[in-house]
Every structure is written in structure tokens, then in C-alpha cells.
Ligand binder design. Structure first.
Ligand SMILES: [Zn+2]
Length: 80
């Protein structure tokens, strides 16, 4: 079980949250000009770092607010 610290509610069980994926992804400004490989890269390819990774989370069973937090993929420890 992971404890996630919601910045609005404090520490809560992971089951109360929805994972929103990698933080900082920017939608291409003109997707209609992208080729299939570039569009596929935007939709499906994510970094997979060993270490601190910024992620979006929603406290879906709580305050329902989205926030960005850091997680160390080596230890599942949360970092700011
Ligand atoms: Zn919350």
C-alpha cells in the first residue's frame, strides 16, 4: 500500500487516487501536421526514469483536485 500526500487533504491511501500519468507533457501545437510516428510518440511513449519522476495525480475519492508530485521510482518514496 502506498500513502500519497494530497496537498489539500494530507496523507491518504493510494486507492483514493487516480494516476494521471507523466507531468509536463505538452500537446503538439499543430497535431494535423504530425506524421504517424510523431503522433504515436506523443500518445504512447513516456519516459521511464530510474529515479525521481514527476507525475499527475487526482484525489478522485477525496477533494477531486489534480496535483503534481514527484516519486522516486527506485523506492516509491515521494519527493517534492
Ligand atoms: Zn485531497
Amino acid at each position: 500500500m502506498l500513502l500519497i500526500v494530497c496537498p489539500h487533504c494530507g496523507p491518504r491511501d493510494q486507492t483514493e487516487f487516480s494516476h494521471g500519468g507523466e507531468a509536463g507533457r505538452v500537446r503538439p501545437a499543430n497535431p494535423e501536421v504530425l506524421g504517424d510516428a510523431e503522433w504515436t510518440d506523443y500518445l504512447f511513449m513516456r519516459t521511464n526514469p530510474k529515479g525521481v519522476h514527476k507525475e499527475r495525480w487526482c484525489h478522485s475519492a477525496g477533494c477531486r483536485k489534480w496535483f503534481v508530485t514527484g516519486r522516486d521510482t527506485r523506492s516509491h518514496g515521494w519527493v517534492k
